[in-house]
Design a protein around this ligand. Structure first.
Ligand code: COA
Ligand code: MG
Length: 295
């Protein structure tokens, strides 16, 4: 179970060069925002975007929703300064792009540690290259600061020569390897973006597929997709009722000295109860976010 249980159903990219979008983020009900300094920002706008994003994050207003800064890679002209600035900001996490090894994580971690920031920021890692996929376990386990893997399926498609199809068969191996790595290392994992903003039905289908595979949520590029992602990755009322029911039944069985119980014709063991507890933790995290929005 992740160390701090976060709802991360909808994770919206917000271009760091777009002041209007950054301001709008505070009014949106995504569970997390990735303020982007990398792919979405032109070279000529990088420095300005860095200053704008750090100022916006420091100004706050995101409550429990995660404010994450995606920095440029350390092999670029901007990566080092981005990391220092993001580390000193009030960002909840720093997202490293195109991570390909544990060493890349540790290098960034050392810079964050040396930045003089009061509290060490959590690290999220993009896995979006063939080498990154092959090293996903090494990456997810490289540091206790790592909280989340983020799939970058657009970059991956380019490197693989793969096509974006409805069922995403060209990506299933890569998605599966990263899911295994994230779960083995006890970190969250977020699915890649759906690029076609006019394909609402395909988007909902991709969200459902991501939830079925085991992702915690989906990365998004437009606010209009937040509600559908939140719905797809939330437990249903039936899931919640079932979770309560099997937790109670299992507790009673334990009190009778039994290690398993049959509920509604289904065999329930401890592993099901652990899953049910996780569902309730997610529901609680979601309800806290909703309560905060209602205030
Ligand atoms: N985050 C926050 N707000 C956003 C947003 C985003 N990603 N995308 C759009 N909005 C806002 C717009 O600013 C606009 O706000 P307003 O009503 O206050 O003016 C509103 O949502 C409607 O936007 P719309 O006109 O439909 O879209 P657009 O033409 O402004 O932008 C994109 C379309 C695709 C350029 C934009 O959604 C975007 O930049 N997405 C993120 C891309 C990105 O970060 N890519 C890198 C990672 S894959
Ligand atoms: Mg990318």
């Amino acid at each position: 179970m992740p160390r701090t249980f976060l709802a991360l159903r909808s994770v919206l990219y917000v271009p760091g060069s777009n002041e209007r979008a950054i301001d709008k983020a505070r009014t949106l009900s995504a569970d997390a925002f990735i303020f982007d300094l990398e792919d979405a920002v032109a070279p000529s706008a990088k420095e300005q975007a860095r200053a704008r994003v750090c100022a916006a994050v420091d100004a706050g207003g995101f409550g429990r929703r995660q404010a994450v800064i995606r920095v440029n890679g350390l092999n670029s002209h901007w990566g080092y300064d981005d990391l220092i600035a993001a580390a000193k900001s009030r960002a909840d996490a720093i997202l490293l792009p195109k991570v390909e090894s544990g060493d890349m994580v540790r290098q960034a971690e050392a810079i964050i540690a040396a930045s003089g920031a009061a509290t060490p920021t959590a690290i999220w890692c993009m896995v979006e290259t063939p080498r990154g996929i092959l090293h996903a376990e090494e990456i997810a386990g490289a540091s206790p600061r790592i909280r989340c893997l983020v799939m970058g399926t657009s970059d991956l498609a380019k490197d693989l020569g793969a096509m974006h199809t409805r069922e995403r068969l060209p990506f299933l191996t890569s998605l599966g390897m990263c899911l295994l790595a994230a779960r083995a290392c006890d970190v969250a994992i977020i699915d890649g973006v759906h690029l076609n903003l006019e394909d609402e039905e395909g988007f909902v289908h991709a969200c459902r597929q991501g939830a079925e595979l085991g992702f915690d949520g989906k990365t998004l590029i437009h606010p209009k997709t937040i509600a559908a992602a939140n719905a797809a990755f939330s437990p249903s009322d039936e899931d919640l009722a079932w979770s309560h029911r099997i937790i109670d039944a299992y507790k009673e069985a334990r009190e009778r000295g039994e290690g398993l119980v049959v509920v509604g014709g289904k065999l329930i063991e401890n592993l099901h109860v652990e899953g049910a507890r996780r569902t309730l933790l997610l529901a609680r995290a979601i309800s806290e976010l909703e309560k905060e929005r209602a205030q």
